[in-house]
Design a protein around this ligand. Structure first.
Ligand SMILES: [Zn+2]
Length: 82
């Protein structure tokens, strides 16, 4: 089942598959540690965007020699840095 917006009582709509995003170290330095691909969904009611379907493993990690090359090819637009 598609994600549901509890605020608007409607289904989210998929905006983009293979949406590239990064996850940082979580230390406030905003440095990427891993690169992921997920699906970007948007609520047609309130325009809230969510990313789901990223799986359990990143497509690349900082420790890989080709991390920067992979990162540049996917051009991630979002850094999650809790
Ligand atoms: Zn909504």
């Amino acid at each position: 089942m598609r994600p549901i917006c509890a605020k608007c009582s409607v289904f989210f709509r998929c905006e983009k598959n293979d949406y590239a995003f990064e996850v940082g170290f979580g230390d406030g330095t905003h440095r990427p540690f891993t690169l992921w691909l997920g699906d970007l969904w948007r609520c047609p009611g309130c325009d809230t965007e969510i990313i789901v379907g990223a799986g359990t493993r990143p497509m690349a990690t900082l420790h890989q020699d080709d991390f920067e090359k992979i990162r540049e090819s996917h051009n991630p637009q979002l850094l999650v840095d809790p």
